[in-house]
Design a protein around this ligand. Structure first.
Ligand code: 13P
Length: 248
């Protein structure tokens, strides 16, 4: 495993063409030697991917898609985007299994198909898993994670292009983050489940209400190789602060 620390900006369904003007400071930061291990990846809405790729092309910042269809090339699927299309635009990554898509009906089986197609097109996968508040209260977090991992990664042989993102659903957009011991336990469980599938030590990232304040606590959790940042990533200054506080 490399020494990279991942900083993922998931813009969800936010942003217009004027939103890119603030990125210059971040592009400059990404070129500094001090931050060379910061792997910054933007996931704008599909409508802005092309603009983003142009904007960051002379920097080390990468761009990815927030989702994709399970059919890898082309097909009659109105409103959908395939792995081939993301690749064609210059995307290197795709987020799959995000809880907002699971809530909208995406199943573990759908996610498994999407992962296989996206890997086939040489995209790197940010594979999201995490329990809901009800599952946490019912103390079934570990069995939920097990099901998501075993089902989502079923039949996959090459794990080199997969990163795991642990995002407790109850933490997303709520301002609440897990307690340190809870996070340690869940990360250890994920590590154990993954180690049964591959010898490669896949990077495990954390997402859910990461901001420029709580990053000081989160960055000390061992075993976390980076962060998925939702709302705080839309404010470039906050996102830069998160990076600077993590790598100081
Ligand atoms: P927030 O940082 O807004 O909680 O969103 C997290 C998320 O869903 C990242 O994928």
């Amino acid at each position: 495993m490399t020494n990279n620390i991942y900083f993922i900006a998931n813009w969800k369904m936010y942003g217009g063409t004027s939103s890119l003007s603030n990125l210059n400071k971040l592009i400059n930061l990404s070129k500094l030697k001090k931050y060379s291990k910061a792997k910054i990846i933007y996931f704008p809405p599909f409508t802005l991917i092309h603009n983003f790729i142009n904007k960051v092309k002379r920097s080390k910042i990468s761009v990815g898609g927030q989702n994709c269809h399970h059919v890898k090339n082309y097909g009659s699927f109105t409103g959908s985007i395939s792995p081939k299309m993301l690749k064609d635009l210059g995307c290197k990554y795709v987020i799959l299994g995000h809880s907002e898509n699971r809530t909208a009906g995406e199943t573990n089986d759908d996610i498994n198909k999407k992962i296989k197609s996206a890997l086939n097109k040489n995209l790197k996968i940010i594979f999201c898993i995490g329990e809901t508040l009800l599952e946490k209260r019912n103390k079934i977090t570990h069995s939920v994670l097990k099901k998501q991992i075993n089902h989502g990664l079923k039949g996959i042989k090459n794990f080199r292009n997969i990163l795991i993102a642990y995002e407790p659903v109850w933490s997303i957009g709520t301002g609440i983050i897990p307690k340190e011991n809870e996070l340690n336990l869940n990360i250890a469980k994920i590590r154990k489940l993954i180690s049964k599938k591959t010898k490669i030590k896949l990077p495990i990232l954390y997402g859910g209400s990461v901001n420029d304040k709580n990053i000081n606590n989160l960055k000390n959790i061992s075993g976390i190789k980076g962060f998925l940042v939702g709302s705080a990533s839309q404010k470039t200054k906050k996102f830069i602060d998160i990076i600077k506080k993590t790598i100081n």
